[in-house]
Design a binder for this molecule. Structure first.
Ligand code: ATP
Ligand code: MG
Length: 290
């Protein structure tokens, strides 16, 4: 064999050896990836199971609690109405406290059930005109409180793809908040518009109301969390938790900016490609038998 042929042969042997080594490394990586996929799938399945259990638990607890609470409300009312003359002032006051607490609890249970409905709701995608929905909601709010002076500016024809029922519910909560928390200013100004933030289409509901302490922004979207007292503004503290879940189900984000007595702005984005986002969710759910 010539010297050149010998060099070529040894180079070839070396290359084959390197290919073999790379193949081994690739096989090893592949094996590890498959193992990790198995672990992740197993964990998703466990999480899904836990989720189902939790949902069923909170649903049945909420349902089962409704009966006893209604009885407490009912019998307290009977005592207040039929035995009023036999009770002293102190006892009547205590009974009213029991009655109001039972009412609060009943409202909280209804709120938990509403929250559950948002999670269970099967998303149906369609084109949704957010401007039209908002105009209708504002019209309704005006009808309920015709004496309020509220200037509402809605950018026309803001269309998105999403679930109409849920998006309407989300807007209802944001606009009702803007309406409620501007009740001490006149005229109240509410704006619903859109702009681009971080390259993404971003909608916002802005008001000139009482605003909130900026340091407490992280509490806004938690269930039953309220930054204003009940005596000042009525409410359960569930509206924004519902809005949050709706936006998460649309693969988007929601956040707020505000400061005390300087009004508030609530921003939200939906997923850029909602169809592929839902398809991906669906594939993951099916592959893990959710
Ligand atoms: N536009 C706003 N301006 C100022 N504070 C707001 C505004 N929107 C929400 N908040 C604050 O966030 C809290 C939570 O809002 P959320 O809508 O969840 O509850 P709520 O309006 O108090 O009650 P609910 O919506 O259940 O009737 C409110 O209690 C309020 O403190
Ligand atoms: Mg609200």
């Amino acid at each position: 064999m010539s010297y050149l042929s010998q060099v070529k042969a040894s180079l070839l042997t070396e290359t084959i050896y390197e290919i073999d080594e790379s193949k081994k490394v690739l096989l090893d990586v592949n094996k590890k990836l498959l193992q990790q996929k198995d672990i992740i799938e197993h964990q998703v399945r466990l999480l899904n199971e836990k989720n189902k259990e939790l949902r069923a638990f909170s649903h049945s607890v909420s349902h089962d609690l409704q009966g006893p609470i209604r009885r407490i409300e009912g019998f307290t009312k009977i005592l207040l109405e039929d035995y009023k003359d036999k009770l002293d002032e102190n006892a009547v006051e205590h009974l009213w406290r029991i009655y109001n607490a039972a009412e609060d609890m009943a409202e909280m249970i209804r709120a938990i059930l509403r929250l559950g409905k948002v999670s269970f709701h099967q998303l149906a995608l369609q084109e949704v005109n957010l401007s039209e929905l908002a105009a209708r909601i504002i019209q309704q709010l005006r009808q309920d409180e015709p004496d309020r002076k509220v200037e509402a500016a809605i950018k026309p024809d803001m269309r998105v793809k999403g679930d109409k029922t849920l998006l309407e519910m989300m807007l209802q909560n944001l606009l009702a908040n803007a309406w409620k928390f501007t009740s001490k200013v006149s005229p109240a100004v509410i704006e619903f518009g859109e702009k681009i933030i971080d390259d993404k289409r971003t909608f916002y509901v802005k008001d000139n109301g009482v605003g909130f302490n900026a340091q407490q922004t992280n509490k806004l979207f938690k269930e039953f969390s309220r930054l204003h007292g009940k005596e000042e503004f009525a409410g359960t503290g569930i509206g924004l938790a519902i809005a949050y879940r709706i936006i998460i189900r649309h693969g988007g984000e929601i956040w707020a900016e505000g400061s005390k007595n300087q009004g508030a702005v609530f921003y939200f984005q939906l997923h850029r490609n909602i169809e592929s986002f839902l398809q991906l969710n669906d594939t993951i759910a099916r592959s893990t038998n959710a």
